[in-house]
Design a protein around this ligand. Sequence first.
Ligand SMILES: [Zn+2]
Ligand SMILES: [Zn+2]
Ligand SMILES: [Zn+2]
Length: 61
Amino acid sequence: MELAVGIELCLECDRDLEHCHGTAIVHLDGFSECSEDPDCRLIAAAHWFQSLCEQEACQSC
Ligand SMILES: [Zn+2]
Ligand SMILES: [Zn+2]
Ligand SMILES: [Zn+2]
């Protein structure tokens, strides 16, 4: 299997853990959503990247 360029080996993938390579947008109320996959229901901590929501651009806050 070839690894895509730029993707480093992922410990979670290696261990078959539930996680997401996307970015979790964390809103003011603590609700988080995945910027990569709308169906992703994982907590923010399970994501590779987390970013605080930017209120001006946010549709949820
Ligand atoms: Zn992974
Ligand atoms: Zn927000
Ligand atoms: Zn996700």
